[in-house]
Design a protein around this ligand. Structure first.
Ligand code: PHE
Length: 471
């Protein structure tokens, strides 16, 4: 660490960058489609509880670890414990998760870019829902298009991360986040005028547990980590660029509330359209790419709003992708002494390559059907197995992030020195009173919740006769 460590230019800059990391495809693409697959209702409720009682305390823990250690994930665990400690494994797991997640995340971001392009060149206006559905299938199955957009998206991400913390990460988030928020509001207002709004509201919020399985509960937990960018050191890394006197409690609350608002707004704008047009809520990963163009095709001004929406979706993905790449890059800068340019090129380049099978999952037998028959033996996805793309998403979200989050919670609550923990939490905050509540959540509630959800998902509770249905 020869140079002085980078820092955020302002408190707002940090909050926007952290919110930029949290708000992304997870909110607008993934949350609505998994809510659809799990039947809404209880799934949403469990997700909200996971955010409040598991995610939020872990976010505070991550920022605290990063800020106290002033180091990237692996180094942070070393600084706050000792060299060679097993805790370093949590940091390693995080760096590995960055490679896995960004590799397929970039493919979906590529879809958003493709949709920006076609909404400008072909427009959706006047197209039937069937035609719009076919457009998505054609994209999903095309190796060429997927590879092209995946490569382009990674190239842009690499370019920004290379520019560094203030000029790259912070500037980008400051402009993009407020615009995204505004556009979502406009779309939400439009959705309230459609016939399906009431039905959608009931679907999302009315307590309905019909479709909920133990695997669904694990998914809600995993997604609360994914959507808040937790469990893999992204917030440790961002926290390490934070000044010591900044209020991390208020920042964590702000980021979590923003993130949850965007996710709920995304559902409240998509499901009314889905019900109005008569689409299937459980349509899977194509949901946002089909329902949004259908709405725009029928809406006055749709020809203008469609490209705007997809540009913003691309940007939301970009600010998250930046934070994923930054975790890997900061590891090589801090631990191996690499220059930022070299670290970014090597990490970004590797992720580009690791993402190729995901980009080819829809269009080739090898990474699609054949991989799916292989993963059947793991008894995942109700015994149906996954293609490569879905498998990476499943492993990272449902296993790597909760496991990493568990490690971070235990580390912050039991291993970090009591004085450093208390001072770190209370520095500059109006919420000093929450300290013991936070520690208790991290010590007991988080570990027990994560363990129960794991045991439930692998069917242990069911074998003990404690729950009704298995995975
Ligand atoms: N939170 C991001 C989203 O919702 C994804 C992400 C996960 C980013 C983990 C960084 C780390 O899209």
């Amino acid at each position: 660490m020869a140079e002085q460590r980078a820092q955020w230019g302002s408190r707002l800059g940090f909050i926007l960058a952290a919110a930029g990391s949290a708000v992304g495809l997870g909110n607008i693409w993934k949350f609505p489609y998994i809510t659809g697959e799990n039947g809404g209702g209880w799934f949403v409720l469990i997700y909200l509880m996971c955010i409040a009682f598991v995610g939020l305390p872990i976010m505070m823990a991550e920022i605290l670890i990063g800020r106290t250690a002033q180091n990237s994930p692996v180094g942070a665990f070393r600084t706050l414990s000792r060299p060679g400690s097993p805790w370093l494994g949590v940091g390693w797991l995080g760096v590995a998760a960055a490679f896995v997640i960004l590799s397929y995340y970039s493919v979906v971001a590529g879809w958003a870019m493709h949709y920006t392009w076609i909404s400008l060149t072909e427009t959706f206006t006047g197209k039937s829902p069937e035609q719009i559905g076919d457009t998505f299938d054609a994209l999903f199955e095309s190796p060429k298009l997927n590879l092209f957009w995946h490569t382009l998206f990674m190239a842009i991400t690499i370019g920004i991360v290379m520019a560094g913390v203030r000029r790259g990460l912070e500037l980008c988030a400051k402009i993009l986040m407020p615009t995204l928020f505004l556009l979502l509001l406009v779309l939400f207002l439009y959705a309230t005028t459609t016939d399906g709004f009431g039905k959608a509201f009931t679907f999302i919020f009315a307590p309905n547990a019909e479709k909920l399985t133990p695997a669904g509960v694990l998914e809600a937990l995993g997604h609360s980590f994914f959507t808040l960018s937790l469990g893999m050191g992204a917030m440790i890394t961002y926290g390490s660029y934070l000044k010591r006197e900044d209020d991390l409690v208020a920042a964590s609350i702000t980021v979590s509330v923003l993130d949850t608002t965007v996710a709920l707004l995304a559902c409240l704008m998509l499901f009314p359209i889905i019900f109005t047009v008569g689409l299937e809520p459980a349509a899977g990963p194509g949901l946002v790419f089909i329902s949004i163009p259908i709405a725009f095709a029928q809406m006055p001004g749709g020809a203008l709003l469609a490209p705007t929406f997809f540009v913003l979706l691309t940007f939301a993905a970009l600010t998250s992708a930046i934070s994923l790449l930054e975790v890997a890059v900061s590891y090589f800068i801090d631990e191996r002494g690499w220059h930022r340019v070299k670290a970014t090129l090597v990490c970004g380049g590797s992720i580009l390559v690791i993402g190729i099978p995901s980009a080819l999952s829809g269009g080739t037998k090898l990474f699609g059907e054949s991989f799916q028959s292989l993963t059947k033996y793991l008894h995942v996805n109700e015994g149906k197995g996954f293609n490569w793309f879905d498998f990476f998403d499943y492993v990272a979200t449902n296993w790597m992030l909760p496991l990493g989050g568990l490690g971070i919670a235990l580390f912050a609550a039991w291993r970090v020195g009591a004085k450093a923990r208390e001072e770190g939490f209370k520095a500059g905050t109006k919420f000093a009173k929450l300290y013991w509540g936070w520690v208790l959540l991290l010590r007991f509630v988080v570990p027990i919740a994560v363990l129960l959800v794991f045991l439930n998902a692998i069917g242990v509770l069911q074998r003990l006769g404690l729950t009704g249905n298995g995975p």
